[in-house]
Ligand binder design. Structure first.
Ligand SMILES: NC(=O)c1ccc[n+]([C@@H]2O[C@H](COP(=O)([O-])OP(=O)(O)OC[C@H]3O[C@@H](n4cnc5c(N)ncnc54)[C@H](OP(=O)(O)O)[C@@H]3O)[C@@H](O)[C@H]2O)c1
Length: 343
C-alpha cells in the first residue's frame, strides 16, 4: 500500500517567465519520469508521493497578476484529465510577499537577479522566512546570485531571530532557521521536461536531509535533477538553462534551410519547424541515453553522402566552435554577475 502523500505548500516570489513556467509545470497533470540522477537511491527509498497543496505567487505589477491568472486558466482549460485535487493558486502583488512566504514550506525566489535584496531585505519577509519552529527552505533560481549573498541578506535578522527564539524549544542553531538552496531549472519546466541543477547552502548536508530531499523531490516533478557544487553552477546553468535559446536558434536555422531549398514546392514553415524540433528531441534522447555524439554523427553520415556534405559546411563555418564559445561566454557573463554583486 502506498503511503499518504507528503503535502507541500509553495510560494514563488517573482513569478515572471521562469516562475510562470515552474507554476505551469507544478500545475500540469502530466507526470515527469522522476529521476534524481545524482541520488537514485534516495528516490527509491522514498515511497511517499509528493503533493502540492497550494501555490502562492507574487509579482510587481497589476498587469502581471492578470498575466499569471490567464496562464493558469488556459492551462486548466487545456488540461485533461484534470487532477482530482489540483493545487490552489493565489496570485498577489509584492505586498503579499511576506504572507506568501509565511504560508509556504518551500519559498522559490524568482525575481530578476539584481532585485533579490528588494525582496529578502524586507523585514516582514525575513521574519516570515526565519521566524518559524519548522525550518523553511528558500530556493533561489536566480542566475549568478550566490548562497552567501542570500545568506548575508538574511543574516542581520538571523541573529535577531535567534536571540528572540532561544527561549523556545527545538530551535538551537541560527544556521538552522532557513535552508538556502540554489536551483537552475529551465523554461521546459512548463512541460515537465526541465533539467534542474541543485546546490545547497552546505555541501556537507547529506541529500537525505529533510529540506534537501524536499527540494530534490519538488523539482523532480519537473524533470530530472542533478546536484552539483555551487562553484559549478554558473557553468552548468549555461548548458542547463541558457542553452535552450541556442538550441531554439539551431532548430529555427535548420528549418529555414529546409524552406530555402524548396523552390516554392517545399515544406510549410510549420511542418519544417515541427520536424526540426522533433529531430533535436530524438538526438537528445540518444545522447541522454548514453550514446556518444560522435557515434550519432558516424551512424548518420556516410562518407561522400548528403549528411557529410552538410557537416562539411558546418565545419567550414565554425558552427561547433561558435556554439562552444557562446556557452563559454554565457558562463563568463553569469560569473561576472556574481562577482559584481559581491563587491
Ligand atoms: N528565463 C529563463 O530561462 C531562466 C532560466 C534559469 C534561471 N533564470 C533566472 O530566473 C530569474 C528570473 O528570470 P525571468 O526570466 O523569469 O525574469 P522576469 O520574467 O523578469 O521575472 C521576474 C519576476 O519578478 C517579479 N518581481 C520583481 N520584483 C518583485 C518583488 N519585489 N516582489 C514580487 N515580485 C517581483 C516581476 O514582476 P512583474 O512581472 O510585475 O514585473 C516578474 O514577474 C533571473 O534571475 C534569471 O537569471 C531564468
Amino acid at each position: 500500500m502506498e503511503d499518504l502523500p507528503e503535502r507541500l505548500s509553495i510560494a514563488i516570489l517573482g513569478c515572471g517567465k521562469l516562475g510562470t513556467s515552474l507554476l505551469c509545470g507544478f500545475l500540469s497533470p502530466k507526470r515527469s519520469t522522476p529521476t534524481l540522477s545524482t541520488f537514485p537511491s534516495l528516490l527509491s527509498s522514498v515511497r511517499t508521493p509528493l503533493e502540492i497543496s497550494n501555490i502562492s505567487v507574487t509579482v510587481r505589477e497589476a498587469a502581471s497578476v492578470d498575466r499569471v491568472r490567464q496562464a493558469v486558466l488556459s492551462l486548466q482549460s487545456t488540461s485533461s484529465p484534470s487532477r482530482p485535487s489540483p493545487p490552489q493558486v493565489t496570485v498577489g502583488l509584492q505586498d503579499q510577499n511576506a504572507r506568501a512566504a509565511q504560508e509556504a514550506d518551500v519559498v522559490i525566489l524568482g525575481c530578476k537577479s539584481y532585485a533579490f535584496a528588494d525582496i529578502l531585505c524586507d523585514q516582514d519577509v525575513r521574519t516570515a522566512l526565519l521566524g518559524n519552529e519548522r525550518r523553511k527552505t528558500l530556493v533561489s533560481v536566480l542566475g549568478g546570485v550566490t548562497i552567501a549573498q542570500l545568506q548575508s541578506c538574511l543574516s542581520d535578522s538571523n541573529a535577531q531571530e535567534f536571540n528572540d527564539k532561544q527561549q523556545r524549544p527545538g530551535i538551537t542553531d541560527p544556521e538552522c532557521l532557513c535552508t538556502i538552496v540554489r536551483a537552475v531549472p529551465n523554461m521546459a519546466a512548463r512541460n515537465r521536461e526541465s533539467v534542474t541543477i541543485i546546490s545547497s547552502s552546505d555541501p556537507s548536508i547529506p541529500p537525505q536531509d529533510d529540506n534537501n530531499r524536499q527540494v530534490n523531490r519538488l523539482f523532480a516533478l519537473l524533470g530530472p535533477t542533478k546536484t552539483l557544487l555551487e562553484s559549478q553552477i554558473n557553468h552548468a546553468s549555461a548548458i542547463a538553462a541558457s542553452s535552450l535559446a541556442f538550441y531554439a536558434k539551431i532548430i529555427a536555422g535548420a528549418a529555414d534551410g529546409a524552406l530555402d531549398c524548396g523552390n516554392g514546392q517545399g515544406l510549410s514553415k510549420e511542418d519544417a519547424m515541427w520536424i526540426s524540433a522533433q529531430a533535436v528531441r530524438g538526438t537528445s534522447g540518444l545522447v541522454a541515453a548514453g550514446q556518444d555524439p560522435s557515434c550519432v554523427v558516424a551512424e548518420v553520415a556516410t562518407k561522400g553522402g548528403s549528411t557529410a556534405a552538410g557537416l562539411k559546411v558546418m565545419e567550414e563555418r565554425g558552427v561547433i566552435e561558435a556554439v562552444s564559445a557562446a556557452v563559454k561566454e554565457c558562463a563568463r557573463a553569469t560569473e561576472m554577475l556574481s562577482n559584481a554583486s559581491t563587491r
